[in-house]
Design a protein around this ligand. Structure first.
Ligand SMILES: NC(=O)c1ccc[n+]([C@@H]2O[C@H](COP(=O)([O-])OP(=O)(O)OC[C@H]3O[C@@H](n4cnc5c(N)ncnc54)[C@H](OP(=O)(O)O)[C@@H]3O)[C@@H](O)[C@H]2O)c1
Length: 243
């Protein structure tokens, strides 16, 4: 697999779970990969795990200046970004009656503002043919009790993918979205077993996704095989929201 040879990729939120799987996949496809995360040790470990010279950058996806610094570091080192993935996201149990203003702001500042500002900074150094993938969620397509704010952030990303396709396609930049269903990562680890079993029973393929399966979809959309796909949402959900 060498679809991404000499392409420079930045995975925002690449130190664990789906983000790390995407970084690992892009390395395997030949890309020069940079990944970000908040914790220096976790970032260094993830960069080692992803392999082949992957560079780790410490940045909080919810803090605009830190995102800018990370993108500036890639510009100084490589002069361009060919592939941008925004994966960072939080998902908190937040029934409406308990939802605080801080909780609302945190969801939107990481999940949505982070993606939009990362893209705003990166676009300045994205050449013709560059590609962006935002990690959404099938939660953005349906009502999800107690996770309405999380679901709304992912629906907002879906809207940005459409509008920014109209804005960026004339510059030769494609933007798409990968929306996982339940995926076996730390984000899902805290979910009680009985809830997990109920979730799995609602998935036609009868199991959760592996992070590598979400990564494969992201790599496809970033790479040359998806050269005429723009503004799309690719669900990796075992059919859960499709039937
Ligand atoms: N797992 C699922 O079932 C599932 C389903 C649908 C969609 N998704 C989406 O997939 C993406 C990755 O999730 P994951 O399952 O791989 O979980 P994960 O391993 O917990 O990764 C979560 C990501 O969000 C970042 N993050 C978490 N809290 C943050 C905070 N307070 N401030 C800034 N960044 C923060 C983490 O960055 P640090 O490294 O700095 O902690 C990490 O990059 C998310 O966008 C999530 O919404 C997951």
């Amino acid at each position: 697999m060498t679809h991404m040879t000499k392409k420079v990729a930045l995975v925002v939120g690449g130190a664990s779970g789906i983000g790390l799987a995407i970084a690992t996949r892009l390395v395997a496809e030949g890309a020069i990969v940079y990944l970000t995360g908040r914790d220096a040790e976790a970032v260094a470990n993830a960069a080692r795990e992803a392999g082949q010279g992957t560079q780790g950058l410490v940045a909080d996806a919810g803090v605009p200046e830190q995102l800018e610094h990370a993108i500036e570091a890639v510009r100084r080192a490589e002069g361009k970004i060919d592939a941008l993935v925004f994966n960072a996201g939080i998902s908190e149990f937040a029934p409406l009656e308990n939802l605080s203003a801080d909780q609302f702001d945190q969801h939107f500042s990481i999940n949505v503002r982070g993606a939009v500002l990362a893209l705003k900074s990166a676009v300045a150094i994205m050449p013709i043919g560059a590609s962006v993938v935002l990690i959404g969620s099938v939660a953005g397509q349906a009502g999800v009790a107690n996770f309405s704010t999380y679901a709304a952030t992912k629906a907002a990303l879906r809207s940005y993918v459409r509008s920014l396709t109209a804005e960026l396609a004339p510059r030769g930049i494609r933007i798409n979205m990968v929306s996982p269903g339940p995926t076996d990562t730390a984000m899902f680890a805290s979910v009680p077993n009985e809830v997990r079993a109920a979730v799995v029973s609602s998935i036609p393929l009868g199991r959760m996704a592996q992070p590598s399966e979400v990564a494969a979809a992201a790599a496809f959309l970033l790479g040359p095989d998806a050269s005429f796909i723009a503004g799309a949402e690719l669900c990796v959900d075992g059919g859960a929201k499709q039937v």
